[in-house]
Design a protein around this ligand. Structure first.
Ligand code: NAP
Length: 494
């Protein structure tokens, strides 16, 4: 069993016993890292613990790198490469995290998934090209899986990111059945490459497998679009875990196998949750072509399509809020665009000071990424207990005095329940149409992500308050303050 050479302990300033084995130490660190990662993933399932869980998972990854370095025990020159790579990657991550707006997070997640896939692909390519002699059959199968899934994840994620960013449209030909023929042909090329790989790990089979799976990633992602994109992103996240697990088998890292399997499973569960929230089957997402994301034919989402719209001023809306006992806010994508979360929190506080019961209704696909509204409202310190998930809040709407829909559209569209011809039909929605009075705050009668009209806007209990969400919320705040709302109760409390 190898013992620690002087490099690492001296670099870390450790005074370790001479007989301490590298395997023992790196194994112990790996075990702690896996436990922390598992706890981190578990913590991400609750809004309250998600922030700490993220830090826990990041610490686990840091520990995993330390464990690997102890195991590898690199030479001083290799240390320089590792340090330079870590610094470059860390800096890129830091800049991205600070600069990217919350609304662009799905693109970032897609890019990071792609980076994960590319890393696994490169590891497998490196071993296959330069170090395949020592690999047994399991090792060679792992290389094939890692190259296949890693390349699909990489190219698919880049396409997904480009589509979300608006750099790439869904080409018309990808909606024809021909695309299935092309994808099946590419899958056959990959299979041939994988079967021939053990005979010639660094030659033509590897080239066939790599090129075939890269093109296949593009071929399966390009036709998907619109409202199906979040499902694809979470599926690609799962793939990146599978690719990492396969790369773990390639390099003999138990930690990578376990961590990759956990990410793969978590991504698959998220994919299932997203499919359920949008009432789509995974098969129809992957093979059914693009859904939504374009304006409905016949001007369904255009202003001309509506005939019975009632609009009102912030002043009228403020009067309804003043007397309401129970108010539910429904945040949507437009609230994030307007960055109006802090103004919303101010308004809630004022209403609560007036004795009003305030809650926020959270739809699983509101916004543009899973948990978007939770993150947005957490930024404004909205108490977690006021965020109510769709299944819990829906039965509460009939006894709600006022619902304020803030930049949400598709997630409150009643056609999803009642109109079988609607593209949203079957998607569970927030049943705000059951409330006594509904105010919809948005800039126009324009459509949401699905590109279709919203029957909610024409209901008798609905009034539109046109304007940017932040401007309207600030307007409501001034109106309520002018009315003296909150002051009387505050005085009593004082
Ligand atoms: P939505 O249906 O996309 O509607 C957003 C509304 O916000 C628009 O109708 C827009 O109307 C309004 N808006 C934009 N900027 C505004 C501003 N500054 N102030 C006020 N309003 C503004 O949003 P949603 O109800 O949150 O539904 C989410 C949709 O995105 C679903 O279809 C979902 O499937 C899809 N999606 C979700 C995810 C996810 O993971 N959550 C990812 C991708 C796609 P105006 O232009 O008239 O203002």
């Amino acid at each position: 069993m190898a013992t620690l050479t002087p490099y690492l302990p001296s670099l870390l300033g450790l005074d370790l016993p001479a007989n301490l084995s590298i395997d023992w130490l790196s194994g112990a660190i790996d075990l702690v890292a896996v436990l922390l990662l598992a706890l981190g993933i578990k913590g991400l399932s609750k809004v309250r613990s998600a922030r700490g869980a993220n830090q826990l998972a990041a610490a686990a990854m840091g520990l995993a790198v330390v464990g690997l370095l102890i195991d590898l025990n690199p030479s001083p020159t290799t240390w320089l490469w590792i340090a330079a790579g870590s610094a470059a990657g860390g800096l890129a991550g830091l800049i991205t995290a600070q600069r990217v707006p919350m609304t662009a997070m799905p693109e970032v997640v897609a890019l990071f998934n792609g980076c994960g896939g590319l890393a696994s692909l490169l590891v497998a390519l490196g071993v296959s090209l330069y170090d395949a002699e020592g690999s047994d059959l399991v090792g060679l199968i792992s290389i094939a899986v890692s190259v296949f899934v890693g390349a699909i994840t990489f190219s698919g994620s880049i396409v997904a990111m480009a589509k979300l960013q608006g750099w790439l449209d869904t080409p018309g030909w990808t909606q024809s059945p021909l695309r299935h023929v092309v994808n099946i042909a590419l899958a056959v090329v990959c299979l041939i490459g994988a079967v021939l790989l053990p005979g010639d790990p660094g030659g033509l089979p590897l080239l066939l497998l790599t090129v075939g799976s890269t093109l296949l990633g593009i071929g399966v992602t390009l036709p998907i679009g619109g409202a199906d994109m979040p499902v694809v992103i979470s599926l690609l996240n799962s793939y990146s875990g599978v690719a990492a697990a396969a790369a773990g088998f390639v390099v003999g890292s138990q930690l990578l196998i376990v961590a990759g399997a956990m990410v793969g499973a978590a991504g698959l569960i998220l994919t299932q949750v997203m499919c359920t929230a949008m009432n789509r089957s995974l098969v129809s997402v992957l093979f059914g072509g693009a859904l939504g994301g374009t304006p409905a034919v016949g001007g369904g989402g255009s202003e001309a399509g509506y005939t019975r719209i009632t609009s009102c001023s912030p002043e009228e809306c403020a009067m309804a809020l003043e007397t309401a006992e129970r108010v539910v806010f429904v945040p949507g994508y437009g609230l994030a665009v307007a960055q109006a979360q802090h103004a919303l929190r101010e308004l809630s506080k004022l209403l609560e000071a007036n004795g009003t019961e305030v809650t926020y209704a959270i739809h699983p696909v509101a916004g543009r990424m899973p948990g978007h509204m939770n993150v947005l409202l957490a930024e404004a310190d909205v108490p977690y207990e006021q965020l109510v998930e769709m299944d819990m809040i829906n039965p509460e709407f009939p006894r709600t005095d006022v619902v304020i829909v803030l930049g949400a559209n598709d997630v409150v569209n009643p056609d999803a329940k009642s109109d079988p011809s609607s593209p949203l039909y079957g998607m569970p929605v927030l049943e705000v149409d059951q409330a006594r009075q509904v105010f919809v705050v948005k800039r126009s009668l324009g459509a949401g992500y699905a590109g279709i009209a919203n029957a909610l806007f024409e209901l008798p209990q609905t009034a539109m308050v046109f304007g940017d969400a932040k401007a309207v919320l600030n307007g409501l705040l001034s109106e309520l303050r002018e009315m003296g709302v909150g002051k009387a109760k505050q005085k009593v409390a004082a």
